[in-house]
Ligand binder design. Structure first.
Ligand code: NAP
Length: 250
């Protein structure tokens, strides 16, 4: 480790599982103080223990603006600033257009779109010039595998936000970039499938669609986030980095 994020403050929403947890661990290992959020207190406590020193867990639902205010009040009182924001919290649910309900639509848009917008807006007063924002989209925004129209729509919106926000934040030199993961093996990806045979079949089927022949690991997204937040990415702004083993490129 290079400790390149020594004394930096990172906020990672949805940091108690999967991609967010891997990202929080990597930033903490590089010396940052990481504030992580999630709705479930037990998972948050376990993640804080797993990350070790330099981790603070704040129970919060990103789709609730008063929860976001509470998160940033805690960051302000403990550290006074945000150097890196990873707006990662998101949910995946499948439905064909025939199956879409108002609840499905509202759940996905309220967490993945509304939650992300206000996670960023409410962080801005704490973010200085030259800081970095990373938005977690998905290659589902680029492909049409079926049963993912609403989810893919929420992730496509994020691409558009980044294009506009780099202009809105131009005077502050805040870089905003998007990561679009392909299939990454996380609790959110495996979802509700508990039968081991069905799970193995699903994972093998998805891996077979990836040119690299495997699913991605959360660490592979974490390393991309670390790079985008670092000085090595100082001229990368408004980009959408697809980390997908080639899935959405063919
Ligand atoms: P995960 O394992 O289910 O983790 C999701 C995290 O977000 C958890 O910590 C969860 O904690 C939190 N979260 C969910 N809803 C929240 C809310 N309303 N407010 C605050 N926290 C919330 O999922 P993952 O696979 O790591 O996904 C992380 C992000 O990557 C998501 O935005 C997802 O869409 C995106 N992504 C994932 C993949 C993939 O293949 N895994 C591919 C493309 C994009 P609680 O449930 O306790 O709130």
């Amino acid at each position: 480790m290079t400790n390149s994020f020594q004394d930096k403050v990172a906020v990672i929403t949805g940091g108690s599982s999967g991609i967010g947890l891997a990202t929080a661990k990597l930033f903490a290992a590089e010396g940052a103080t990481v504030f992580i959020t999630g709705r479930r207190q037990a998972e948050l406590d376990a993640a804080v223990a797993d990350i070790g020193a330099n981790a603070v867990g704040i129970q919060a639902d990103s789709s609730k603006l008063q929860d976001l205010d509470r998160v940033y009040d805690a960051v302000r009182s403990q550290k006074g600033r945000v150097d890196v924001l990873v707006a990662n919290a998101g949910i995946l649910e499948h439905a064909t257009i025939d199956q879409v309900t108002e609840d499905h639509f509202d759940r996905l848009f309220s967490v993945n779109v509304k939650g992300l917008v206000f996670t960023v807006q409410k962080a801005l007063p704490l973010m200085g010039n030259g800081t970095a924002i990373i938005l977690m989209s998905s290659t589902a925004a680029l492909k049409g595998p079926g049963r993912s129209g609403i989810y893919g729509g929420t992730k496509a919106a994020i691409r558009s936000f980044a294009r506009n926000w780099i202009v809105d934040l131009k005077d502050r030199q805040i870089r905003v970039n998007v990561i679009s993961p392909g299939p990454i093996e996380t609790p959110g990806f495996t979802g509700a499938i508990t039968d081991p045979t069905a799970l193995a079949a699903m994972l093998a089927g998805r891996a077979a669609l990836v040119p690299l022949g495997r699913l991605g690991h959360p660490d592979e997204i974490a390393r991309t986030a670390l790079f985008l937040a670092s000085d090595a990415a100082s001229f990368i702004n408004g980009a959408d980095i697809q980390v997908d083993g080639g899935w959405a490129q063919v």
